[in-house]
Design a protein. Sequence first.
Length: 123
Amino acid sequence: MKHKEELIQSTIQQKGLSRCDSFHGTIEFIGKRWMGIIIYHLLDGPKRYHELLAEIQGISDRLLTERLRELEAHGLVVKKVSEPTSRKVEYELTKIGNDLEEVISAIFKWVKDNGCNAYDGKK
């Protein structure tokens, strides 16, 4: 595969900061612990925090909050707060967040067809 070099890997960035301006940076961002599964669950539509917490087995409060903030900071998720008196907060994918549906579907297809341990010496 030949692609423009600048799209393969970003320039050096500050430690701890994620950038989605290259193939490598995007894979690293989506591949962060729990990030992909959060995006997957939000593909169904807006969810409240506790709905996500209940649907994603094993994730901690702290980590879910951290990942949602990262997704929001990158413009993939919007936090919608309804009337202040009801304190109802929902998280929803933005258009660019929803654009990841094809990527998530492609990964599911690859896992179904191959998986990481699919090699049995016959392929």
